[in-house]
Design a protein around this ligand. Structure first.
Ligand code: ADP
Length: 164
């Protein structure tokens, strides 16, 4: 059974992420979407909230599991018995960074390969940070994040504005 891991911050999950998840779930027997703890980032949603949002929007895909980890990705993959990491590549900016990370991960775990799926053209410029920026101006979000999590997002933005 071929298991792949799709790691990220998913703060929050966007339609671009979901597109990569659906396409990878079609390729592999099992896909583990793993929310990685990144000490350098200050997320808007807690780890638990991000996991819950991903679970809700992927519940119709039977071979997707959602998890969270604060391990090194290379160690996490080894522990979960997976030798493939899936990454989405957007226009230009992702390449350098992702190339470097793929090489480092392979160095740390020589059995580990990274597979890149090109972002769908409609999501090529979409990022979680752009969604947060747009949301803070009250822009319509239905082209950018799954419809069913828009209320959660708006609630979060509202709570943030109130605490200012
Ligand atoms: P972001 O860069 O938006 O904060 P993450 O760190 O959560 O996203 O990204 C996890 C993975 O998803 C990375 O491989 C990233 O390149 C990919 N990804 C992010 N947004 C998109 C998108 N719109 N289309 C395809 N892949 C994406």
């Amino acid at each position: 059974m071929k298991t792949a891991i799709y790691p990220g911050s998913f703060d929050p999950i966007t339609s671009g992420h979901l597109n990569i998840i659906r396409r990878s779930a079609n390729i592999f027997d099992k896909l583990i979407v793993c929310v990685m703890v990144n000490a350098g980032k200050h997320p808007m949603f807690t780890l638990e909230e991000r996991v819950d949002l991903i679970r809700r929007v992927t519940q119709d895909i039977p071979n997707v599991e959602v998890d969270a980890s604060n391990e090194l990705l290379a160690d996490y993959a080894r522990r979960r018995g997976s030798c493939v990491i899936v990454k989405g590549l957007r226009a230009g900016s992702d390449f350098e960074n992702e190339f470097q990370m793929a090489l480092v991960n392979r160095k740390l775990n020589p059995e580990l390969d990274t597979m890149f799926l090109t972002a769908d053209s409609q999501y090529m410029y979409l990022s979680s940070s752009m969604v947060k920026e747009l949301g803070s101006y009250g822009a319509a979000l239905s082209d950018f994040i799954p419809e069913e999590i828009i209320p959660d997002f708006q609630k979060k933005i509202g709570a943030k504005e109130e605490s200012k």
